[in-house]
Design a protein around this ligand. Structure first.
Ligand SMILES: [Zn+2]
Length: 260
């Protein structure tokens, strides 16, 4: 059938088909605001995290449809995303600094390896800081003149850009810095994007593991692992499904992408 012939019926059908196809491709999910085909709502979880998460996102990551921050932000009840490269004068970040005691998840040379005793280690180091065991579940530290809840800050960027963000922001450098233990740092399941380092995790995985360790109940004997991440386990499992979903758009997706 020649759709371009002058017969009006065929022309009308052709135009209708084109318009229909175009309008279908423009339908956005009302919840995640992505095209229906790329909707991530089926992969979100509802996680009541105790510790507030602050994601400092490099502008280059904002439009990256394969980024994990959208999934993370939609799944955690206490989460905020601030976009920028330098945060020393960023109003949102200054509010975070005023409201919380931020801890930066960044593998600098000064970083402490996260473990279940880290809250004590990190926040008891000031001479006039008194750690209050009874308030552990509120993740609060009392000092003589200050009592703020803990919050976790992560950088969402490539390694190179994250380093730049860190170097540009004096306030970030002054925060207590933490990194994940090796068994978690090497547990990445993120096969969608090539990562610069073999042990690089997605922002979603790194945040889940770090929060799980920081919020770990003292009665919970099992260490945090990719198979046992407390309340974050459902999100990590959804994330694996999300990976498969994203990979399904790739030609020849049966072969996992080798991370280099
Ligand atoms: Zn959606």
């Amino acid at each position: 059938m020649d759709l371009y012939k002058t017969n009006k019926v065929y022309n009308d059908r052709f135009i209708y088909c084109v318009l229909f196809k175009y309008s279908m491709s423009r339908i956005l999910c009302p919840n995640c605001h992505r095209p229906e085909k790329a909707c991530i709502c089926a992969f979100t979880a509802d996680i009541a995290n105790d510790i507030h998460l602050v994601i400092l996102q490099h502008p280059n990551e904002v439009s990256h449809t394969k980024g994990t921050v959208a999934l993370l932000a939609k799944s955690l009840r206490k989460c905020q995303v601030l976009v920028g490269e330098s945060f020393d004068d960023e109003q949102g970040f200054l509010q975070v600094m005023a409201q919380y005691q931020p801890v930066l998840l960044y593998p600098s040379e000064q970083a402490h390896v996260l473990d279940e005793h880290l809250i004590t280690k990190l926040l008891n180091y000031q001479p006039n800081t008194q750690y209050m065991p009874d308030t552990r579940h509120n993740h609060q530290v009392s000092t003589e003149d200050n009592s703020k809840p803990l919050c976790l800050v992560i950088l969402d960027a490539t390694w190179k850009k994250a380093y730049r963000m860190f170097m540009l922001s004096t306030k970030l450098q002054q925060l207590p810095q933490v990194c994940l233990p090796d068994h978690l740092a090497n547990a990445g399941q993120y096969h969608i994007r090539k990562v610069a380092k073999k042990n690089a995790l997605s922002s979603l995985e790194a945040s889940c593991y770090a929060l799980a360790i920081l919020e770990q109940d003292e009665h919970d004997c099992l260490p945090i692992s990719p198979e046992h991440a407390g309340k974050y386990q459902p999100l990590l499992e959804k994330f694996q499904q999300f990976n498969q979903f994203q990979l399904s758009f790739r030609p020849g997706h049966k072969t996992p992408l080798e991370e280099t």
